[in-house]
Ligand binder design. Structure first.
Ligand SMILES: Cc1cc2nc3c(=O)[nH]c(=O)nc-3n(C[C@H](O)[C@H](O)[C@H](O)COP(=O)(O)O)c2cc1C
Length: 152
């Protein structure tokens, strides 16, 4: 069975709720899932290569930038060969700010620039995910898995 890694940065729990919905969806479909927090877990970029699919969630803080706790990871991404590897990006933000969920775009662009294949949807949620947003998370997980099954 395919192995999936979920990485997330979440300061107030909203992106974490998205990650949990994705993990729960995947586990219910018997995928082997590992979930890690940028804040609390050790994350070595080399371990990305151990997984068939990696989904990365980031909240958007000051100026929509990559969260501080994920900056090191972001910088080190260029140390591994990501070509052809499947990634997806997601996160919570607030449309009150000039650029909504900018960190999701920054992370997605970085991965694409390094040759990764990206799940077409870059999933963005307004603040705390509601029931509809949780369904969007599940759909995002489903879409990501369908790309795995056709070998993208
Ligand atoms: C100082 C600060 C700056 C923020 N800047 C942005 C921003 O530029 N774009 C955005 O979409 N959201 C921005 N937000 C909103 C957060 O991304 C939003 O509250 C999000 O739900 C937090 O997710 P988390 O609970 O996973 O940490 C900002 C929040 C704070 C506190």
């Amino acid at each position: 069975m395919d192995k999936v890694l979920i990485l997330y940065a979440s300061s107030t729990g909203n992106t974490e709720m998205m990650a949990e919905a994705i993990v729960s969806y995947l586990k219910n479909r018997s995928y082997t899932v590992v979930s890690k927090s940028f804040e609390f877990d050790t994350i070595d970029v080399k371990e990305l290569l151990d997984y068939d699919l990696v989904l990365i969630g980031t909240h958007s803080g000051d100026d929509g930038q990559i969260p501080f706790e994920a900056e090191h990871f972001y910088d080190e991404l260029e140390d591994v060969d990501l070509s052809g590897r499947l990634f997806g990006v997601f996160g919570s933000g607030e449309s009150f700010y000039d650029i909504f969920c900018e960190s999701v775009e920054i992370m997605g662009d970085r991965l694409a620039q390094l040759g990764a294949s990206l799940v077409p949807t870059r999933l963005k949620v307004e603040l705390e995910p509601d029931k509809k947003d949780i369904e969007r998370c599940e759909h995002f997980a489903e879409q990501s898995c369908s790309l795995l099954s056709i070998g993208i």
